[in-house]
Design a protein around this ligand. Structure first.
Ligand SMILES: Cc1cc2nc3c(=O)[nH]c(=O)nc-3n(C[C@H](O)[C@H](O)[C@H](O)COP(=O)(O)O)c2cc1C
Length: 287
């Protein structure tokens, strides 16, 4: 499909998102033409003094690329000057504004794409998850945390007894205690402690169902968190007895794992080990 410049629809927006002046947007593609992948594919002409006001992107993200001129960007609390060839992404959940403080017109290519994270298949989601070992200094909203924890509540468990408890460490005091028992927090603002309730669990030879109940509940949490754009780490490297003592847990509660949870830092990357998976025939044996 070829669409010449003069065939593209130009829309002039005044005081866009509470900003100043008139901004002409040349839409080179429509939402329908990208099969619902996004809603804005345009080149904006931003005259000197004009701006797009500060606004949030929820469930979507924006890439913009300066074709010519100079613009000043505020992205959440950071301010940047961008010139021709610079690209910026305003991530899902972030806010930004764009202003031309220079004496020349600026041309900016803008694309707003829908965050498709929630539309991943199970296998895509499972592949997208990785252990986050660097968290952003951004609190995890209470409501979001609770909706993620709902995934634990609906996990299967031995005889459906749900023989575990999830302790949520969020207060300064609780986080200080977590830091005394592990080095695995990696800056996460919240840490979940999954503990098996040996009082209500079942013993099968040398296995206790509480450990397994914790494991599957924690796995549900990891995957739901990933779906909601939230990072997690499963951490065994801590002292369960020290955790029990510091938090004054009842005798029957046995801590199984810690799970730092929160927004990943911008530069958080999977560890090299993440990609080192065994072949299927190495982990499966047909009897
Ligand atoms: C039972 C279990 C215990 C783990 N303990 C730790 C830990 O103490 N510290 C840590 O950094 N990662 C820990 N991990 C994370 C693993 O290292 C990680 O899942 C694995 O290397 C695969 O990488 P990925 O999660 O990025 O795919 C643990 C994972 C599991 C399932």
């Amino acid at each position: 499909m070829l669409r010449r410049k003069d065939e593209q629809k130009v829309v002039v927006n005044e005081n866009m998102r509470g900003g100043n002046g008139k901004i002409a947007m040349r839409h080179f593609l429509s939402e329908k033409e990208v099969y619902g992948a996004g809603r804005i594919f345009a080149v904006s002409d931003i005259p000197p003094g004009a701006s797009i006001g500060y606004h949030a992107h929820e469930n979507e993200f924006e890439f913009y690329y300066v074709l010519s001129g100079e613009v000043t960007i505020r992205d959440d609390e950071e301010t940047y000057v961008m010139t021709a060839g610079d690209m910026m992404q305003c991530k899902n959940g972030h806010s930004h504004s764009i202003e031309n403080r220079s004496a020349e017109h600026a041309e900016v290519l803008m694309t707003v794409l829908y965050d498709q994270t929630g539309k991943k298949s199970f296998m895509e989601l499972a592949r997208a998850r990785f252990s986050v070992r660097k968290y952003a200094d951004r609190p995890l909203e209470e409501e979001k945390l609770m909706s993620i924890l709902e995934a634990a509540r609906i996990a299967p468990s031995a005889k459906n007894a749900q023989s575990y408890k999830i302790y949520v460490a969020r207060s300064k005091e609780a986080i200080e205690k977590i830091d005394l028992i592990t080095k695995m927090r990696y800056g996460a603002p919240t840490v979940l402690m999954f503990a098996a309730d040996t009082g209500g669990s079942y013993q099968y030879e040398d296995r206790n169902s509480g450990d397994q109940d914790c494991s599957i509940a924690a796995t549900h949490v990891m995957l739901e968190a990933c779906e909601q754009g939230v990072g997690t780490l499963w951490a065994d490297n801590f002292s369960p007895s020290a955790a029990k003592e510091l938090f004054g847990l009842p005798d029957s509660m046995q801590p199984v794992l810690l799970m730092p949870i929160g927004y990943a830092a911008e530069d958080a990357e999977p560890a090299p080990r993440h990609a080192e998976m065994k072949a299927l025939e190495d982990i499966v044996e047909v009897l």
